[in-house]
Write a new protein. Sequence first.
Length: 556
Amino acid sequence: MQQECRQCSAVFEIIEDDLAFYGKISPRINDKTYAIPPPTLCPDCRLQRRLMYRNDRNFYKRRSDKSGREIVTLYSPDKPYTIYDKDEWWSDEWDPRAYGRDIDFSRPFFEQFHELRLLVPRASLFTSNSENSYYTNHALNMKNCYLIWGGGEDVDCMYGNFLAFCKNTVDSFSLFSCEHCYEGIASDHCYECIGFLNCRDCQSSTAIEECSSCAFCIGCYGLHRRQYCLFNRQLSKEEWLQRKSELGSLTLEKISLLQQQLEALKKGMPRRGSHIYASENCTGDSIYNSKNCRYCFDIKDCEDCMFTAFTPGGISSYDSTFTAPTGVEKCYFVCSSLGHGLLFTFLAYNCNFTLYSQECHYCNNIFGCASMRHHEYCILNKQYSKEEYEKTMGKLIEHMQETGEWGEYFPPKYAPITYNESNGIDFFPLTKEEVEEKGWQWRDPDPPAEEGTLITRIPETIGEVDESITKGLIRCEVSGKPFKILPQELSFYRTMQLPIPRKHPITRHEDRLMWRCPRRLWKKKCMKCGKEMQTTYSPERPEIVYCESCYLAEVY
């Protein structure tokens, strides 16, 4: 069936498999099934809606509403919320059920849930089981990490978005199991690599793209099982070492030159229509070891998932985003969640059979709850018996069916952050005027605070840098925002022989976003065999794009 998106008016398709999925996950209570209706938003607008509730990297200082001490939080001081430091939030000194309330069946559910969220304390940052990793967000099982926005099982990592099972990795985006790497994007199992994109199982290489199982390569594109190559030209080990020695210590100018030469090399070479590895019956991009996944991006070890992104280990789930490190099963329309049987949730970690809830952890059988921990059979934070819960839940779903809320995600007007604070701005960039025209929220950024002395001269090579670099501020050459170099960061640059960056971490993140194609698919014909394929390269782009078969035959 064809459906018109009620937000952007795009026409999208709902197939029989989709309808069957909605039927399978529809709640069944006391022999009655409460059918989940087909979506009214297209896949892109559904992703945008989920991302509007997630703030990865905008940090603010404000005082805890419990202890009064200054804390770091993702909520700006002007937000009307009760904020606890995360350790205070997790303590037993308060009970979220104290905010429980009865359902008012004369008013919409979303309105009542929003009122609850305005009162129930929120955690300052969303981290769990983290050691020496205070300045991280949406992070699980981290150690010695700093400004990692979305990740799990990482050690000694800094400045990255969606890193899973990585170590000693800096300034990267969407990496699985990489170690001692810098400026990596959409790659898996790489070691000691610098400036790499869409690579797998590579090591000791610099400025490479679309490479797999390669080692000791510089400025290479589309190579497989090759060693000692320079701009795709095979060298002997001795020749390669000589050329690397001539390159000398890396500077920002040399890195830029390598990238320019790589771009020149790529001209006229075919691009892979999609990056799908060791997978069966999948469409999307950056897919590893998965099966029967459609319209998915940045997933690994997933099966029977659709419209899913940034997810390892997802099973039989639709519209699921940011579910590292363990994934979701039989879930629908969720963001930043882990568990089984989750429907329309945000920040439901290690929960089961949880519906329309936010910031809940280790809970089972809850509906419309906020900031709950280790609870079950609650609605709007009110405790019920199992029998009362099921009866009331059925009545509430029927009420939401009447109001048109059942099957819809939380509305944009109730998002706890503004659009330009959310992840939505990364993948669906809009101007302030466009956001306000839609009736969504926007917050003008605060002027940057300059607490320290500006460093006016930065050495070109890392060998010339001394410890004083960590005691001052560097002004970003693009945004003008000041930033610091941490001692841990300086040690990494020295180990990897990298120059000190001249751009603010947020600007560097925005640069990495530009290196990738959009997280959406277009139908396009292979420019060699003519077969139709789905690719992240839009029809108007000039690159030569091949289907998987033609690309492998040409490049490998």
